[in-house]
Design a protein around this ligand. Structure first.
Ligand code: PMP
Length: 409
């Protein structure tokens, strides 16, 4: 790709300077961090460490400002209407649970329908299983084609007059394909249902516009976006968040407390009980700025180039089957695959012997694995900082897998 300085980009990531070879192709599980993100976290503790939202002294106010500035940046990043719509959480899982406990438990009634796509990560399934069990709502599934497509007909059939909540991944962590969220929100809203979008896999790869998607809630994790572990985001439409009871209660989420009662703080703090991860938020802001500096278009172009290179190479290897679209550009860097006759754990171990890190298992999507008729798969996931040489090394190693397991060429 023109105007892409591979070495300069690699140089931004300290982990690639560590001793010993590393070909990191597990980016969908967690991304690597650039130095500017590590520096932002360190700078918070070195320059303005105090408990935010409490201190009436200068340092405390600095800490609060850093934290609230990060919220404004996330607001801009998602094109939310105002910063009050941005709630900091630990991760996607906590954000989705917040919606399940706070919104679903208070709103759903017996017979209401919760619609969840079959390809959801367990983090966007178990909270709805819980909500259905507790409220008497019915859990229904939005089925996909075997290649991961959510067809318009299937969506139209699945969303009914009883649907009250739809939970769907923006990008599945198994297929990598961008799901038609806008079409889903349009249909769901016609029936008066809200839509919860799991953006854990989309936030690192494509720009997100919550207003264009018309998402009611949207969650992502900082660590997949090159920020530290332990900071995540829930976006929610202001009128919905305002009407919801708090998820966790305790310090910093109140306005006034008496012996038997409390008046909760306004948004967003009503949903941020206890001491917050301000350094993580500041580092998330740095991660967003870093990605914006590279530019989403360049980033996507680079990831698509590397993904297509890997995809085309994998297609040539006998016994390798890739899940999802037959078009490499529709994978958002995610290549989930099986190797005939070889357990995915063995695939991962053989690649690991060549210092190549890929994921193997059910990818926290067991209902999808059941539907596809596989117990587990391997997954290589690519980020823009990977290199063409790394992709070649991965393909070379993958070509040896069946031979090493005793099969002929
Ligand atoms: N949803 C999707 C689609 C994911 O890929 C993941 C992470 N594997 C999650 C949710 C959960 O993210 P976290 O563990 O950061 O809460």
């Amino acid at each position: 790709m023109k105007n892409w300085n591979e070495q300069e980009i690699r140089g931004d990531f300290p982990i690639f300077g560590r001793s010993g070879p590393l070909i990191y192709l597990d980016n969908a599980a967690t991304a690597q961090r650039p130095a500017c993100v590590l520096e932002a976290e360190r700078s918070f503790y070195e320059n303005c460490n105090a408990n935010p939202l409490r201190g009436l002294y200068e340092l405390g106010m600095d800490a609060t400002q850093r934290y609230e500035n990060a919220r404004k940046t996330v607001c801009r990043f998602l094109n939310a209407a105002c910063p009050e719509e941005i709630i900091f959480t630990r991760n996607t899982t906590e954000a989705l649970n917040l919606v399940a406990y706070s919104y679903a438990l208070s709103k759903l009634r017996p017979g209401d329908e919760i619609l969840v796509s079959i390809m959801e990560h367990h983090s966007n399934l178990l909270p709805w299983q819980m909500a259905a069990k507790r409220t008497g709502a019915v859990l229904k599934f939005l089925e996909c084609e075997k290649d991961g497509t959510l067809t318009p007909e299937c969506i139209r059939q699945a969303v009914t007059a009883r649907t009250r909540l739809v939970a769907v991944a923006h990008i599945s962590n198994v297929f990598g394909r961008v799901n038609p969220v806008r079409e889903i929100t349009e249909l769901a809203h016609r029936q008066g249902a809200v839509v919860v979008v799991d953006a854990a896999q989309s936030a690192p790869h494509i720009p997100i516009d919550v207003q264009a998607l018309d998402a009611d809630f949207l969650a992502f994790s900082g660590h997949k976006l090159m920020a530290p572990m332990g900071i995540g985001v829930l976006y929610g439409k202001k009128e919905l968040l305002e009407a919801m009871p708090p998820f966790l209660t305790g310090g910093e989420m109140i306005e006034r407390v008496s012996r038997r009662d409390a008046v909760y703080a306004p948004l967003p703090h009503k949903f941020e009980a206890g001491t917050v991860n301000a350094a993580g938020a500041a580092a998330l802001e740095a991660a967003i700025r870093y990605l914006e500096k590279i530019g989403w278009e360049r980033l996507k172009q680079r990831e698509d180039e590397l993904t297509v290179q890997a995809f085309e190479g994998m297609k040539q290897i006998p016994g390798v089957r890739i899940l999802g679209s037959a078009d490499g550009t529709q994978h958002s860097g995610i290549l989930t695959f099986t190797v005939d006759g070889v357990h995915p754990h063995d695939v991962a171990s053989i690649l690991d012997a060549d210092h190549i890190a890929v994921r193997a298992g059910h990818h926290c999507a067991q209902p999808l694995m059941d539907y596809l008729g596989v117990s587990s798969t391997a997954r290589a996931s690519i980020a823009f900082y990977n290199t063409e040489n790394e992709i070649q090394a991965f393909l070379h190693s993958l070509r040896q897998v069946r031979r090493k397991m005793g099969y002929g060429e």
